[in-house]
Design a protein. Structure first.
Lengths: 494, 494
């Protein structure tokens, strides 16, 4: 998913100049409130080499009271540190009440750099996830506000920055042989980052991805995120004392800087009718063969279709299954939960539908309703949809551990295309049944849905359950991409 | 620890007859309240073969409204079930709001029977802990009250019951070849049970060990536990709505049936002066050799001394270290936290003291203060000490994963011996400094401390960090046992 994040976002100089004084003032006030109310604060900075961690940390602390914060850089562990459990050097630096600890790289190095460079073995970094989650839960339970940033730049941008640094004699020393080696490992590292975000994101210690091509954009996003985290804690303490201290208020003020994946999707992709016909035939034949092998090998397959209203899910699924043996697959349409389903955990109705090993389940809409429609329409509480990311990641990891192939498709169209299709449906008597007043109402909330979808895409993408975005303005293209994705995922496993 | 639980406890017929009608009435009322308030309830029964699960479940549900509960027996999974993730068959049986699901054996079979019989591989049952904890957290977050019982009988008792069943023609069929085989594996199974309790006990889904030799005692304990769990949830809902629904009230009403380990300790154990002198010399020489090897092999060693006031911790530690090289070990006395320590997570000051690999840290009192003195004296909240069991288990598991040898000693004396020693101290001018008014105050709370110690012993005993109870009414014996335990633990690792 990382490669799909819109890194072109920027803030112009004037806008930046207008915004910063207010943000600085607010942050200063909130720091003093945190000191008074004895709130310990932890801010973690992770990110690519040359993403600007140092500069951005300096910018953040510039206006803070230096008696009450401390910045620690996690360099390679010293001899003293290596002789202790890996969390030791961080534990002893956790902040006292009312203090702020800023970590320039942190315990996450174990599942990032150390994992990718293989300085630790797989069981070790796998186990580190457990220990890291325990650390953050223990600290959050004890009242710590935890904010975690991942500063994101593209491979191309990283290369450009290395070259710039090298070309200047006064900064050339900063680029090491190791840095160039890291550049080579960019993709592998990106996989580790996605895994990390899926496994260690939680409502009490959420990750914020910072688009760091534009320094001004990154600065504003970091300020707003820290302000929002402190403000929500202070408000919770004012409102209800300790009990509610961990409940966070809505981060609506972050919408203008929230991470977007959808903005980067190339919706011009299309296929000619001839190409379509040829490929459709080829992949439909292949999927039938694979269906048989899936059965023989007892492989469970779960395919999830999500997408905007009128994105073409139904037609797409039809093309996928057209040539398949109906005894080997099932299409499971998901609507609003019925009365019995409402009486259970929201995952219950999906657990019930888990396919037998050797079978394929195709979900037309899915458990992701929790973090889309239920979030946007307020059908569940904020605490509920916030913890759903973790619950969904756990659910899918359990499926993966069981050996399931998981394919998750987001059928993406733009707002104009949706309008065109809505109108077409309304005008065509054979399609009128497909369009309801609800569709029009949902459409009005497009922007809110977009934020929810973007957040869903990067919080629930993991190596064992990746999202595939299907560019769906052109249906031929979308159908072939979906088929191809399913075929490739199954082939990889067989 | 399981072998130290006092299984001799019983309730006499008259007492039982007097108590049950009230308990039955209360349970009935609470079931109706749970239905009205739409509280889903999960009750898990695990335990030894022939421990009486069936009978006790029947007794529990006898007075309940049968339209609102369901009992499921987890037999060996069917073909249908084996083709799905192992939690599937339990997920689909989770209760609707207002319903009660009783599980006669449950998802824990994966880490008990299936683990011990090796029907699943180690990575699988290790991973099952993670999935089980996710399941229970997800359900608790969704409002489920979760009560988990482990019905405990001794190996001898199990054998006796098998024989009784076999000797009666009408019940002989109930004892299978497999049962006898399980009896052979009793000790291995007991290790798995301890591991399970340490890894899956939580404040939202706590384990209750039921001493099941005496049917009446077991019945009363089960009733009281379920009543307490339902009552605390109903009260929380009445008091503050959803927010506080997971906070549980004190289980003071359970004290009379709470599990005791201390009651079984044989405090008559002693040593003659000659035996003592000979063994002391032998083990002190050995520990010095081991200290050297520990250093060469870079093994971290953590030794925890806990025990009653005047149990002889100081003198015991002195004998342990007398002959050791002071550069290889450190004694860390733990008192009340200082101002700076109070500003941090309670584990912070212990993290700071983790020994370097190759060194030994001897804690004179420890992090267990959280679940003893801080619990009893109210220095922390109930929510805090309840979650501390898990935090401590996580902390110690992290030490174990790092490779540390962990020895935890509870120096046990009885109340009379303590009184004798207190008086001796008061009368001896050289020892007067050792006794304070606080000691006398603590002594008055002996029974509350005993409950806390018992709970601590069984909730924090695990294969990688077991508790050793040191019978300390006789100091010679206690010193040799402590030395011997430390020596054996290090030898096992080297």
């Amino acid at each position: 998913m990382l490669e799909n994040i819109d890194l072109s976002r920027k803030i112009e100089k004037e806008e930046y100049k207008a915004a910063m004084p207010g943000l600085e003032l607010k942050l200063g006030v909130l720091q003093r409130e945190a000191i008074e109310r004895k709130i310990p604060v932890i801010i973690v900075f992770e990110g690519w080499d040359a993403a600007g961690k140092g500069t951005l940390i300096n910018r953040l602390i510039l206006n803070l009271d230096p008696r009450h914060f401390k910045v620690s850089s996690a360099l390679r562990p010293t001899e003293e540190e290596r002789l202790r459990p890996f969390l030791w050097r961080f534990w002893i630096k956790t902040p006292a009440k009312g203090k702020m600890a800023v970590f320039d790289r942190s315990w996450y190095q174990r599942v990032l750099g150390e994992r990718v460079n293989k300085t630790v073995k797989k069981p070790e970094w796998l186990n580190a996830y457990k220990e890291i989650n325990a650390l953050e839960r223990q600290l959050a339970d004890d009242g710590n506000v935890i904010v975690k940033f991942f500063l994101h730049i593209s491979k191309k941008e990283q290369k450009k920055r290395f070259e710039e640094l090298e070309s200047n004699p006064s900064t050339a020393w900063r680029v090491t042989k190791e840095d160039w080696q890291h550049l080579q490992q960019y993709d592998e590292y990106a996989g580790a980052v996605e895994d990390m975000i899926a496994k260690t994101g939680s409502s009490h210690a959420p990750w914020t991805i910072v688009e760091a091509h534009d320094r001004r954009f990154a600065t504003v996003k970091i300020f707003k995120t820290v302000i929002q985290a402190l403000e929500s804690r202070v408000q919770a303490l004012k409102a209800g004392g300790e009990q509610t201290a961990r409940v966070q208020v809505s981060d609506n003020n972050l919408n203008d800087v929230s991470t977007s994946i959808l903005d980067r999707v190339d919706l011009s992709l299309s296929l000619s009718e001839e190409e379509y016909a040829a490929k459709l035939k080829k992949y439909q034949e292949r999927i039938r063969e694979l269906e048989h092998q899936v059965y023989m090998k007892r492989l469970p397959v779960v395919i999830v279709y999500s997408g905007w209203d009128a994105a073409g899910k139904g037609g797409n699924i039809k093309r996928l299954t057209q040539n398949m043996d109906p005894r080997g697959y099932e299409v499971i349409p998901i609507g609003a939960p019925n009365d019995l389903e409402k009486q259970h955990h929201y995952l219950w109705r999906f657990w019930k539908e888990i396919p037998k090993a050797g079978h394929m389940a195709i979900f037309d809409r899915s458990w992701y309703g929790r973090v889309m429609v239920e979030r946007v329409e307020g059908f569940c509480t904020e605490a509920e949809w916030k913890r759903a990311y973790r619950e969904i990641n756990e659910f899918e990891e359990q499926l993966a551990n069981f050996g399931a192939v998981l394919v998750k498709l987001w059928l993406h169209i733009d707002k104009e295309e949706q309008l065109r299709r809505f109108k077409e449906r309304q005008e065509n008597p054979y399609k009128q049944w497909k369009i309801t007043a609800e569709d029009w109402r949902n459409r009005e909330k497009w922007d809110l849905y977009k934020i929810a979808v973007d957040e869903m895409l990067y919080r629930t993408s993991s190596p064992h359950a990746p999202w595939t975005i299907v560019e769906a303005n052109f249906k031929y293209y979308a159908r072939i991409k979906a088929l191809k994705t399913v075929v490739a995922a199954i082939e990889r496993r067989l």
